[in-house]
Design a protein around this ligand. Structure first.
Ligand SMILES: Nc1ncnc2c1ncn2[C@@H]1O[C@H](COP(=O)(O)OP(=O)(O)OP(=O)(O)O)[C@@H](O)[C@H]1O
Ligand SMILES: [Mg+2]
Length: 397
């Protein structure tokens, strides 16, 4: 029986398990803490890591492979990328490549690589303190400040002027490495591609909506986004350029970019499963299971013919609520009952305390929606937006 090792499963990675079983594979997982307990109920074996960050996850992944060499390895989320990449490299299994994985795990290394390849991206500077980068940043304001290896907008902030810069420098003096970038203007998108041996099997463009400045937390994704043909061609060329620069070989690539005045400009690239139900909305849009296709690539199994066009339109919606104590959760049953809603959930209940939305972790609910046309999709999204509500009242200090 084929053996799949998933470095990270989480909750959102569970469709991989179902897809692996359809392919007749045994599934083992590397996980940490409560996630390991949850995974143990689901999988044919769980290897417990001693921490939920890269190094202990690498340790557990290497241990899992020493016990039995898997036939395929996939990474789930950012902190799982290195464990999967090291194993793919050591065992000669299909994967994005160690080069692509190392770069994707560090926003500054990928910027250095893209700069050397002349790919479009903002001016940037990596620094050990914002004080040191002040002279560089001053003529480039507004700038975006972010940590090198976090995700979900954690620690990402737009700094618009000198006063804000000084304030951020003081507040973030304890952070030992940061990247400062010129702020790029223009609508935001991502490109999800299934890539086999450096060649794109299929690529999709997803429109991204965020809370905007200062933290840009993602609140909606619309798959199969419509772009002018020449812009879509520019995006394709950008994806090809990024694949080449990263020396990306095989697997799933998630490229984030803005369409600035002079064309698509890279925000960042990841070589792991995109979050926020993007895999699910891609599946709905094209009637192919992206989890299964990713596993087929990881096992070196044949792929079907790629899709030619969307069969429907799908989006995910992530609910953000004002900071405070939850006084009411409204409209969940009504939302779930709507024919355009595939699934909806709210993670908080009355009495819970909600933080202000500064990262993806602060969002309080989600919905996946689908419709036969783009216009109908917008109607469903508008319905969900106005129906599904988490009301809060400010906390007294
Ligand atoms: N240079 C920039 N110019 C304009 N906006 C930016 C810039 N860098 C980051 N952003 C905004 O901040 C968001 C988060 O940045 P980034 O993707 O680098 O961080 P992240 O923590 O990895 O986020 P995620 O994991 O959600 O993708 C971007 O999607 C974008 O909206
Ligand atoms: Mg990002």
């Amino acid at each position: 029986m084929r053996d799949l090792l998933m470095v990270g499963v989480g909750r959102m990675g569970r469709p991989y398990v179902a897809a692996a079983r359809r392919l007749g594979a045994n599934v083992r997982g590397v996980e940490f803490g409560a996630r390991a307990e949850a995974a143990a109920e689901l999988l044919g074996g769980v290897h417990r890591a001693r921490g939920g960050f890269d190094e202990p996850l690498v340790e557990a992944a290497l241990g899992a492979a020493a016990e039995r060499a898997p036939d395929a390895v996939v990474a789930f989320s950012e902190e799982h990328v290195m464990g999967a990449a090291l194993l793919q490299d050591a065992l000669g299994l299909p994967g994005p490549s160690l080069h692509a994985s190392v770069l994707s795990r560090n926003k500054s290394l990928q910027r250095a690589c893209f700069a050397a390849h002349g790919l479009p991206q903002p001016d940037f500077m990596v620094t050990q303190s914002l004080d040191d980068a002040e002279a560089w940043a001053a003529p480039r304001l507004p700038v975006v400040v972010k940590p090198l290896s976090l995700s979900g907008s954690r620690g990402v902030e737009l700094v618009v002027d000198d006063v804000e810069y000084r304030e951020a420098a003081e507040r973030r003096a304890h952070e030992s490495l940061l990247i400062v970038e010129a702020a790029v203007h223009g609508p935001e998108y991502s490109w999800e591609g299934l890539v086999e041996d450096g060649r794109i099997w299929f690529g999709n463009i997803t429109a991204k909506e965020t809370t905007g400045p200062p933290h840009f937390v993602e609140v909606a994704h619309r798959a199969a986004a419509e772009l002018e043909d020449d812009v879509a061609a520019q995006v394709h060329r950008l994806a090809v350029g990024v694949i080449g620069a990263l020396r990306f070989r095989t697997g799933l690539m998630h490229l984030e970019f803005r369409i600035a005045e002079d064309g698509p400009t890279i925000m960042e690239v990841a070589v792991r499963t995109p979050g926020d139900f993007i895999m699910e909305i891609l599946g709905l849009s094209y009637d192919i299971d992206w989890f299964e296709m990713t596993l087929r690539l990881a096992f070196g199994l044949p792929l079907p013919d790629p899709p030619t066009r969307p069969v429907r339109y799908a989006a995910s919606y992530l609910l953000a609520a004002p900071a405070g104590r939850v006084t009411a959760v409204e409209g969940l049953a009504e939302t779930q009952a709507h024919c355009g809603v595939v699934q909806a959930e709210v993670k908080v209940a009355e009495g819970d305390v909600v933080a202000s939305t500064s990262s993806s972790l602060d969002r309080v609910g989600s919905a996946i929606v689908a419709a036969p046309t783009r216009a109908a999709l917008e109607d469903v999204l508008a319905f969900v937006r106005s129906t599904l509500r988490v009301r809060t009242e400010p906390l007294c200090s």
